[in-house]
Design a protein around this ligand. Sequence first.
Ligand code: GLC
Length: 395
Amino acid sequence: MDLKLASRQLFLMNRRHKDKFQYTVPSPTSYPYQWFWDSCFHAVVLSHFNITGAKKEILSLVSKQFDNGMFPHMIYWENQNKTDFPPIKWGKKGTSTITQPPMIAHAVWQIFQKDADTNFIKLVYPHLYHFYKYLLTERDPHEKHLIGIMNPDESGEDNSPRFDLPLNLPPIQTLERNTKRRFKLIKQNIECKFDAPFCMRNFFWVKDVPFNSIMVENLRLLSQIAEKIGKVGDASYFTKKADDISEAMRELMLEDGIFWSTYGEDYKKIKVKTWAIFAPLFAKIVKPEEAKKLVDDHLLNKKEFWANFPVPTTSLDELSFNPQGLWRGPTWIGTNWFVYKGLQNYGFQDIAEEIKETSIALIQKSGLREHFNPLTGEGLGAQNFTWGGLVIDMT
Ligand code: GLC
């Protein structure tokens, strides 16, 4: 299969038009709506062959920004009532009421790298400013400089074992049980009207490593966007905030060379090894000697993350590891993309190349599937799933 061609065809097939807006659905059958971080990935992929499409993907997202600055994790556009797709219970019409990892500054910066269109960044900057400000204020009520999520789905890794402890679930569980528990939390979120500080305090309060790493990297790029359009004060403000989060991550999450997500008001560490331990590499939060240890001891360890088809989302030696369990083991191209970029930041080019080669091998073997069994390479979940296109951006 010519992967570049296959991705272009898939992106064409999954493109949707609504009034003056255009967006891409992650999978026509399983995910027939627009998702926030998916669209950021889409814009990154589209920037390689359809820059106008990439910009439109971003413009459709910002058109649904909430008054408080939040971008919802799902926009239905249409057909909301035609399906019983579970997340429809998010308590609002037209969009969901939670967010997803803040990848939008990265996507916008990447578009700008391709065509240096200052008008485009001027147009979207106020939306970005408002969004990141929202996260910095509403999601950090204790002013500890870590951004909180009020539901596991905000991490983008819905049933990850990182959330078992805060959800009071055992490491070995069925997807049905996990979904039932998350539905209970959605009910509580609806009761607390998705008021983030209040909901987090009372029901679910996780400071997630990938979410915060992505925030740091995106604040740094937002700062560069601000500088390009002459907002010098904003630029230094966002750089300072990136530094604050990165310092807080080192202070509150780091132990024995690993950054752990934390939960509760006392910031207890959740010591479950998932791909998240590599996410800080993406934001250059790790010191070079720590990065080497992380890679040698964990990524290249056959008992942990160096499976036949790396990188499994959960370490092979965790009780919760399940090679077919969605975020509890399978390899996803999206997380491989973060690991690939992170490895490049520290000069591990050969290992990054291997991750790219495996990602390609998985797609060649099993098609553009949502995720893959890390032991056998078998394709799992949604068909015609867009995240495979990210291999084009592994450059
Ligand atoms: C699943 C994934 C989430 C993604 C969504 C749409 O829920 O866990 O990360 O955004 O599908 O692709």
